[in-house]
Design a protein around this ligand. Sequence first.
Ligand code: ASP
Ligand code: MG
Length: 518
Amino acid sequence: MPLTKPVYNNSPELPWVVQKFGGTSIGKFLDNIANQVIKEYVKQNQVVVVCSARSGENKQTGTTNRLIRAADEALRPGSTEYLQIINDLLQDHLGVAEEMINDPEILKELKHDIERDCTKLKSFLEAAQIISEISPRSRDIIIGVGEKLSCRIVAAVLQDRDVDAAFVSLENIIDREFEALDQTFYDYLAERMAAKVRECGNKVPVVTGFFGIVPGSLLTTIGRGYTDLCAALTAVGLGAEELQIWKEVDGIFTADPRKVKSARLISIITPEEASELTYYGSEVIHPFTMEQVIRAHIPIRIKNVQNPRGQGTVVFPTDAVSKDGTATPPHSPKVLAENGYHLDLSRKYPTAVTIKDSLVVLNVHSNRKSVSHGFFAKIFSTLDRYGIVVDLISTSEVHVSMALGADSNERDLPRVIEDLKSVGRVDLLKNMAILSLVGKQMKNMVGIAGMMFTTLASAGVNIEMISQGASEINISCVIEESKAVTAMNVIHDQLLSKQSTLVLPAVKQSTIASLMLD
Ligand code: ASP
Ligand code: MG
């Protein structure tokens, strides 16, 4: 008598958890994801898996970037390079399928699906070349193939490991015309996504992070990293207990642990702080994501695929819960509190320090021929013309200093400088970095800015620019890049090393521990 194998599937009475996996995690740690993450969580939750396109070594050579390149190539008359790119993608995905899947039936079907997707894509690109046009819509359809291929593999790998998984494509999910990307649209999407997931019944859905043709095109309006938003909206639609963003780091740290030895993992962080850190530090979560789940009072947990037992970092919707008592069920403040979500905001020190490097500082000194409003208008319209994003700005009536990314703006900088010369003298400082101290509680801490700058001065770090917004959640300064690591270390030692005491009661994997601070 053959033994029936255990089957992992979703049980309708359990709470929903949405798990998002990025391209490099799928590329490198799919086995972990299947065995140690999904199989574990499905024991206590209904799991929804949302995947981005596969990356091999890194995002630069990842599937999405290659698809974007294929689209560009198809527009070059006579070029056949795009066919080569698609062939390479086909071979890569087939190779992974062969390597990961044992069951011959599952493998056969998967290979067939991958081949069909790639053949269709080739025809699409051939047609685009003939009419020599790729609209933003078509470009969206092209990149969407990346998530499809990735999810087909993930679903098949799960099936091969006894998880009753279902591939779910969201490419046709939008069945109405929308004018703009507003909340009405997001609410509609959340509902549609949840409905798609529910159609899977007991099966574990593996959902494409690509969710169709949005108003104004996905790449331009939402941008790269749209899978995060997809996972967030799915979580909202389902009223999930938690949205999990799985990465290859343990969570958000008090400083970059590769550069600051004493950096600690942050257990709980507010969305405002997380946004600041995401913006200045490495790309952690797509910015729109945060807003959507926080409105619905759903916590986001950032976790490590290489260390699934770790608690990760929870981005906790404190304001949304505390400000108005009218939080929507099932995530009312009371329910959250009963489930052990608790964040003590009495901590009296900053939350984290972060560095953004590879910057230049552009100084413009007015020639005083125009009054100051004209001066600013001219500067900003010039930046706007070249699509330059300023990371940090500091001004007086006759002088503007701006820090901007050196790499992203390399091509346009000489021309920008040339144009700005009409309003005044322009000089450029290279190899600069922004150091930001971030903390929700800093506004209650008189003297924190003073301490920050005294600390930097005592380490011999010269400050080029200073900025602190009215929210006081972030105090930033520009320093030389060569001093960045020293600066981050002294700031961390002096202002962030006061140890918080973490009390972590035994919890099921999806429950958050309370954080107590001295
Ligand atoms: N694969 C897409 C990108 O690289 C979407 C995502 O990763 O969320 O932007
Ligand atoms: Mg991403």
